[in-house]
Design a protein around this ligand. Structure first.
Ligand SMILES: Nc1ncnc2c1ncn2[C@@H]1O[C@H](COP(=O)(O)OP(=O)(O)OP(=O)(O)O)[C@@H](O)[C@H]1O
Ligand SMILES: [Mg+2]
Length: 323
């Protein structure tokens, strides 16, 4: 039986349908990603699964329990790391963990050991008696993950686990997440709008847009669906109709588009066919060959890109807003 099964789950806020008839199953030990832009419905979907919000219609079972009728059993079997962060900044890291352990009724005789283990996992043992409010963003995130694990949940929900963190800290957190899924056979659902994060971490990814799952596959499967590599050719002058027709006749060229100052092609096995492509185009100033990315796949299915492609974009937006 899958660890999570979701059937036509829907959430409406007035006229807005935030989650629109989502159905899927997730197996034990799987790292499952929900990838989509701002407002796609990722947090709303997680909130229903974590019994923080009632669905408008549809059903779901989490770790064998029904989210509508067995909320308490669901709560006991899950851990959740929230998008906005939810630590008590006035308490020390250890006190935050003690509070959570008592809220989740971790037996008293186990508490000290579980807290120790969790702190070690996220490498915060040395800093455990400092106030959480003095922690850096990455340390706070690690502490939140440690906290979500204290009651040994079967399922872990991570809402944007690495948003706003520097690349090194993100890689660190990815390593913990992988370790958990492997060592503890924990089932993990995470939301993200970082392609790279979904690509590196997830066994399967659902692309979600406007409340609907538009595609679901492994990262490789999704990229395969793009049907080729992207080639960008910057030409000295715009291509004539004949040149374009000649290129479209080549069997390994899937599509040709004339864009702002360059030609954008989708090509099967581009590195192998580059010579023939160049022969068909004539003189070019620059050639770029890019492997298919999840963003291309998203674009293909939804007609628009996921806004932030990387943490660097986020950091830039953050600094621009604070200047
Ligand atoms: N409590 C609420 N009341 C009304 N509308 C809501 C509520 N919660 C979410 N929404 C709306 O539902 C839609 C989906 O929001 P949600 O937070 O699930 O998106 P998300 O995919 O998590 O986005 P982000 O990447 O920005 O976190 C949005 O249009 C949002 O404004
Ligand atoms: Mg969200």
């Amino acid at each position: 039986m899958p660890t999570i099964s979701i059937s036509s789950l829907t959430k409406r806020f007035g006229k807005l349908t935030a989650v629109d008839g989502v159905s899927l199953s997730i197996e034990k030990g799987e790292i499952f990603g929900l990838l989509g832009p701002n407002g796609a419905g990722k947090t709303t979907l997680l909130s229903m699964l974590a019994v923080l919000m009632e669905p408008t219609s549809g059903d779901a079972r989490v770790a064998g329990s029904d989210i509508r009728t067995q909320a308490l059993a669901v709560r006991k079997s899950i851990g959740m790391v929230f998008q906005g962060g939810s630590l008590d900044n006035l308490l020390t890291a250890r006190e935050n963990l003690e509070l959570h352990a008592s809220l989740f009724a971790v037996p008293k005789e186990l508490r000290a050991r579980r807290i120790q283990e969790a702190l070690e996992l996220v490498e915060l043992t040395d800093r455990a008696d400092e106030r959480a409010g003095n922690y850096s963003g990455g340390m706070k995130r690690r502490l939140e993950i440690a906290r979500a694990l204290l009651h040994h949940p079967q399922v872990l929900f991570l809402d944007e686990p690495t948003v706003g963190l520097d690349p090194q800290t993100r890689e660190h957190i990815w390593a913990y997440i992988k370790k958990l899924a492997q060592a503890e056979s924990m089932t993990i659902i995470l939301t993200t709008h970082y392609m790279e994060e979904a690509d590196l971490l997830c066994d399967r990814i659902a692309l979600i847009d406007r409340g609907k799952i538009v595609q679901l596959d492994t990262p490789e499967g999704l990229k395969r669906q793009m049907g080729g590599d992207r080639v960008k050719l910057v030409c000295a002058k715009a291509c004539g109709r004949q040149q374009l027709a000649r290129m479209r006749k080549l069997p390994f060229i899937k599509s040709v588009a004339q864009e702002d100052g360059h030609l954008a092609l989708v090509v099967l096995n581009a590195p192998k066919h580059l010579q023939k492509i160049l022969a068909a185009v004539g003189v070019v100033e620059e050639v770029h060959v890019l492997p298919a990315s999840l963003n291309d796949v998203f674009l293909q299915y939804t007609g628009h890109a996921i806004r932030n492609e990387s943490a660097e974009d986020d950091a830039q937006a953050h600094w621009a807003a604070h200047r």
